[in-house]
Design a protein around this ligand. Structure first.
Ligand SMILES: [Zn+2]
Ligand SMILES: [Zn+2]
Length: 137
């Protein structure tokens, strides 16, 4: 991907751009897909057509996923919410197949995950769980 602040090519997992030092996803000056200059209010790159994600999309997902994990963790709802259908199904099945016994363990897992989600910064959250597709913790 390209740094959205300076347009330099950066590693997709990079937390800070080696060129300008800020988070590559923080600004909206360049397309993350092709490095083309973009306007802050643009939703699609005019050069390559890539969706230019908003920094605030992650914040909304983080709060919702964190709360779902804490409240409904034993049903794996937060996993489905984040698109981790396999992990969500595992949590749901453990809860159902153990007649609620496993729900205690699973809800603790959900609670821990919810707290981890909420303690991450918005950027970290979207990098790790939305773009990074990290299924557990
Ligand atoms: Zn940069
Ligand atoms: Zn582009």
């Amino acid at each position: 991907m390209y740094c959205r602040n300076c347009g330099k090519e950066v590693h997709p997992q990079a937390v800070a751009c080696p060129g300008c030092g800020v988070s590559p996803r923080l600004e909206k000056k360049f397309c993350q897909n092709c490095g083309n200059a973009t306007q802050p209010n643009q939703s699609l790159c005019t050069k390559c057509g890539a969706a230019l994600g908003s920094a605030y999309a992650g914040a909304k997902n983080k709060l919702a996923a964190g709360l779902l994990a804490i409240i409904l963790g034993s049903l794996g709802i937060h996993k489905f919410y984040l698109g981790y259908n396999k992990e969500g199904l595992i949590m749901l099945l453990v809860t159902l197949l153990t007649c609620g016994f496993g729900a205690m363990i699973i809800s603790i897992v959900g609670l821990i995950e919810g707290v981890i989600y909420l303690t991450k910064s918005d950027e970290e959250f979207s990098q790790i769980y939305v773009e990074g597709r990290k299924g557990w913790f």
